[in-house]
Write a protein that binds this ligand. Structure first.
Ligand SMILES: Nc1ncnc2c1ncn2[C@@H]1O[C@H](COP(=O)(O)OP(=O)(O)OP(=O)(O)O)[C@@H](O)[C@H]1O
Ligand SMILES: [Mg+2]
Length: 158
């Protein structure tokens, strides 16, 4: 398990970090985005979508009521927001595992709702450290995402 911390000073920087991460995605991946309301999970998700090649004309909005939005791109992108998930059984109804461990990239906001801290994937925790400052902690919890994280660190680290 490896960790990497990125200090973002504004929304633009978080977006760019997401774009770099999205560009690096060549294999199916599960990315779990943690953080309180307004931490920047959706900003990072938007960047990842752009980097993955989602049509720039298509708005990337939080799938709060539908739980998931699908965007065709280099790899299919499935953007989940589980904030309103009331029961883990609902995950079966929406076919969560098929998307999370399928042939595309799954982004999950509010992964706490999965009730499994050890879900294999790239965990990202965004913390408010100032009005526009965010501490972004990446933890790779699978071999594939360890390589992804190392590549991101090479690109974006000092
Ligand atoms: N460094 C930063 N990185 C990301 N967002 C920032 C930053 N500084 C300020 N912001 C602002 O914080 C807000 C982040 O909103 P966003 O919708 O991404 O949060 P979220 O974590 O997805 O929240 P929710 O749980 O409600 O979905 C935006 O209004 C954005 O402009
Ligand atoms: Mg959001």
């Amino acid at each position: 398990m490896s960790d990497w911390v990125f200090q973002s000073t504004d929304e633009e920087q978080t977006l760019k970090l997401g774009i770099q991460l999205g560009r690096l995605l060549e294999q199916p991946a599960l990315i779990l985005l943690q953080g309180t309301l307004g931490a920047g999970k959706s900003v990072l998700a938007r960047g990842i979508a752009r980097g993955l090649g989602v049509d720039p004309q298509v708005p990337i909005t939080s799938p709060t009521f539908t739980l998931m939005n699908h965007y065709p791109a280099r790899l299919d992108l499935y953007h989940f927001d589980l904030y309103r998930l009331s029961d883990v059984d609902e995950l079966i109804v929406i076919g969560f595992d098929d998307f999370a461990y399928g042939s595309g990239v799954a982004l999950v906001e509010w992964p706490e709702r999965l009730d499994n801290d050890e879900t294999p994937g790239l965990w990202v925790e965004l913390q408010h450290t100032g009005e526009e400052q965010r501490k972004i902690v990446f933890t790779a919890k699978s071999t594939a995402t360890e390589q992804l994280l190392a590549a991101l660190q090479d690109l974006c680290g000092e």
